[in-house]
Design a protein around this ligand. Structure first.
Ligand SMILES: [Zn+2]
Length: 466
């Protein structure tokens, strides 16, 4: 063997794979994470004890046993998971990130009172691009530290939201708001659509950002304008984000105005399509759910927001029975009041049990799936994210599993859905890039974000007191 070695080495220079003492050389990768329990959320729901991930060019190159991947790959950087759970990053399917600066401003009110008497006037007074950047950064910091790697946003100055999100290294489906009254960023419908057209063109094809259209709701955007939104969506292949059937009041208002429920109204206008992500869908009949399924509409279920605003309980067990794609969302921090997806998972699982009187409804695994792979389906990105599978984007988190509230471990899904807290998330990776390392944010400046939030709080409090 020793005699043949120079010959092998010579061959290796011309024949590709290198050999040393008869062993194939290791394949180079950018990152190897080993020594954790890998919860894949793939089609077989594989869980790999002492598992590992290999990452190359921001994508998953391998998912398997630590011993196997360590022998196959030579990594530029290796992370020891040290017994943590390695799982897909969480997907927040609905929110308004910059509203984090309104957190706790006017709680315990009805949605329409809250919107018309507090939020819309406060937005008219305070929301400009600088506010949106500061609020978005605060939300990004909270989401990153809690293990959310992808979020869906509807707000104003969405180009600035996209810019801050890309800089922070999170993934976002980011919708520019279109609404039938003067908004903080654009005062007329024509200005809104022109800017949205340019925004969609600017961010199309970005690795982290999916630019989207966000008409506010069927009761704040006219039928003609909703059809214009659909045309722009068709032109750019961009998702449409829309609040749908959130409250009983909305059903009443839309029925009075258009002689149809919101879902039927949207169907008539041609808005139901596989690019639509419908938020809330609390008040929908079985026939309407079938209509949503027929058009492959994704649904964002926001249990805590629906509870806090007393909007109602969405028929989620029925949606799952019909195999609708349902994700979980926090909604804006002013109606929740945080962006903690672990709480949404826990709340969703429990809310539907008490609502149906059936403790077998919405299992821990199903609830966790709604924040990962089913959430990815709901936002039409399941080809790229939502599970740990070779070829998908390397969006994953390391979750400590040794805190007193997490032990002993019998069932990993039960522990993740019912016992894990956002503060258990240790490390967060998006597209192969470490954005939180051992609870330290790598791309955001917590001190600057805190001081901006305090400054806005003082300004808002002073002006509202006048
Ligand atoms: Zn909302």
């Amino acid at each position: 063997m020793r005699r043949l070695l120079p010959y092998f080495l010579f061959l290796s220079t011309i024949a590709g794979p290198t050999f040393c003492d008869g062993l194939p050389a290791k394949e180079p990768v950018d990152l190897l994470v080993r020594g954790g329990t890998v919860v894949t959320m793939d089609a077989e729901f594989r869980v790999i004890d002492d598992g590992a991930l290999a990452v190359k060019d921001g994508k998953l190159a391998a998912v398997g046993k630590s011993t196997d991947l360590t022998s196959r790959f030579e990594a530029q950087r290796t992370l020891d998971a040290d017994g943590a759970i390695i799982m897909p990053g969480l997907i927040n399917a609905h929110g308004h990130a910059a509203m984090s600066l309104f957190r706790g401003l006017a709680d315990d009110r009805a949605l329409m009172d809250w919107l018309r008497n507090y939020i819309f006037p406060a937005e008219a007074k305070f929301v400009d691009e600088a506010f949106v950047r500061a609020g978005t950064k605060l939300a990004l910091l909270e989401m990153a530290l809690g293990g959310t790697t992808t979020y869906v946003d509807m707000y104003y100055f969405e180009d600035a939201v996209a810019d801050e999100t890309a800089k922070a290294g999170l993934r976002g489906v980011l919708g520019q708001t279109l609404i039938d009254f003067p908004a903080p960023d654009f005062k007329t419908w024509d200005a809104m659509t022109a800017a949205t057209d340019a925004y969609l063109a600017k961010w199309k094809g970005h690795r982290l950002i999916v630019p989207a259209l966000a008409p506010h709701a069927p009761y704040t955007v006219s039928p003609e304008h909703l059809q214009e939104v659909k045309q722009l969506s068709d032109k750019h292949g961009a998702p449409i984000l829309l609040h749908v059937a959130e409250t009983k009041q909305e059903i009443k208002d839309v029925r009075e105005k258009y002689q149809a429920t919101p879902v039927v109204h949207l169907d008539k206008l041609g808005l139901l399509c596989p690019r639509l992500i419908a938020k809330h869908v609390v008040w929908a009949t079985d026939d309407e759910l079938l209509l949503l399924k027929k058009h492959n509409v994704g649904v964002a279920h926001c249990p805590q927001s629906n509870m806090k605003l007393a909007s109602g309980i969405a028929p989620v067990p029925k949606m799952l029975e019909l195999k609708l794609a349902v994700g979980l969302g926090t909604d804006g921090p002013a109606s929740n009041n945080d962006l903690d997806m672990w709480e949404e998972i826990d709340t969703a699982a429990k809310l539907h049990k008490v609502a149906t009187g059936d403790p077998t409804v919405l299992s821990a695994r199903e609830a966790l799936a709604m924040a990962t792979i089913e959430g990815a389906r709901a936002i039409h990105l399941a080809e790229r994210i939502g599970s740990l599978e070779v070829g998908k984007e390397a969006d994953f988190i390391l979750v400590g599993s040794n805190a007193p509230h997490q032990i002993p471990l019998y069932d990993v899904y039960s522990q993740l859905a019912y016992a894990t807290k956002a503060s258990d998330v240790r490390t967060v990776v998006v597209a192969g890039k470490v954005i939180v390392a051992d609870r330290r944010p790598a791309t955001l400046d917590p001190e600057a974000i805190r001081s901006d939030a305090a400054r806005y709080r003082d300004q808002i409090r002073t002006l509202l007191a006048k």
